[in-house]
Design a protein around this ligand. Structure first.
Ligand code: CTP
Length: 218
C-alpha cells in the first residue's frame, strides 16, 4: 500500500525576510506517517516547514516544501500512484499577491496586503480520485462543526473526514493530544476520546484499513 500525507503549515513569502503562516506543527501528519509505515505501507510525507525530525522508519520518504504551490506540486506528482491520500496539512488559503524582491520598508501607519487564493490541494486532487483510491481529510472548525465537516467531505471528495473542534481542550494545533470525530460519506460518525496524537494516529490507520477494505470489496 502506498500512502501520501500532507503535513504541517505552509509559509507564503511576502518579501525576502517575511512570510504568512500558521501555528500548525505537523505533529498529527508525522504521527500518521509513522503509523502507516508501522502498518506496512510505503509513505510519502510531504511536509511544510516543521521543527519535527524526519520519521525514523525507512518506509517514510520525507519531501520538504514551503508554499502551498510547492505542496500541491509534490502531492500531485505522488497522488496517481498512491492508494491512500491523507490531507493533514494546514494549507494557507491565500498568499500575498506580490512578493517583494527587497525587504518591505516601514512607511505609513497602516499597511494593506493584497492576497490571492491558493490552490485547494485536497479538492483539486479529489476530482481526479479513482474508485479504488481512498482519501482522508481534516476539518478544523469552531462552529457548526458536523455540518461544515460533512460539506468539506463532499466538496473535496473525501471518504473520511477527521473533525477537530477548537472548542475541545487539548485538541488541535501545538498540542500532543487530540480529540476528534470521524465522519464518512454515509453520515456515520465515530468519536474518539482525547488521546495522544501518536495513539490517535494508530486508531485512524486501523479505521482507514477497515474502511478501505470495504470500498475495495464492494
Ligand atoms: N486543504 C488543502 N488545500 C487547501 C486548503 C485545505 O489540501 N488550500 C485540505 C486540508 O489539508 C484539510 C481540508 O482541506 O484536509 C480542510 O481544510 P480546512 O482548512 O478545514 O478547509 P478550507 O477548505 O480551507 O475551509 P475553511 O478555511 O473555509 O474552513
Amino acid at each position: 500500500m502506498r500512502v501520501i500525507i500532507t503535513a504541517g503549515p505552509t509559509y507564503e513569502p511576502l518579501d525576502p525576510v517575511r512570510f504568512l503562516g500558521n501555528r500548525s506543527t505537523g505533529k498529527m501528519g508525522y504521527a500518521l506517517a509513522a503509523a502507516f509505515a508501522a502498518a506496512g505501507a510505503q509513505v510519502d510525507l510531504i511536509s511544510g516547514p516543521s521543527a519535527l525530525p524526519a520519521p525514523a522508519h525507512p518506509a517514510v520518504q520525507l519531501t520538504r516544501v514551503e508554499t502551498a504551490a510547492e505542496m500541491y506540486a509534490a502531492a500531485a506528482a505522488g497522488a496517481p500512484a498512491a492508494d491512500v491520500w491523507v490531507f493533514a496539512a494546514a494549507v494557507a488559503d491565500y498568499r500575498p499577491a506580490h512578493v517583494a524582491a527587497e525587504k518591505i520598508k516601514k512607511a505609513g501607519d497602516t499597511l494593506t496586503l493584497e492576497l490571492v487564493k491558493n490552490v485547494d490541494i485536497a479538492a483539486t486532487l479529489g476530482h481526479t480520485k479513482r474508485a479504488e483510491q481512498f482519501a482522508v481529510g481534516f476539518a478544523l472548525e469552531t462552529t457548526n462543526e458536523l455540518a461544515h465537516a460533512q460539506e468539506k467531505l463532499h466538496r473535496k471528495n473525501f471518504d473520511l473526514v477527521v473533525l477537530n473542534s477548537l472548542r475541545d481542550a487539548g485538541a488541535g494545533f501545538g498540542h500532543d493530544t487530540n480529540k476528534v470525530s470521524v465522519l464518512d460519506r454515509a453520515g456515520q460518525v465515530v468519536t474518539f476520546e482525547l488521546m495522544a496524537k501518536t495513539d490517535l494516529a494508530g486508531e485512524l490507520v486501523r479505521l482507514v484499513l477497515v474502511r478501505r477494505a470495504a470500498v475495495i470489496t464492494t
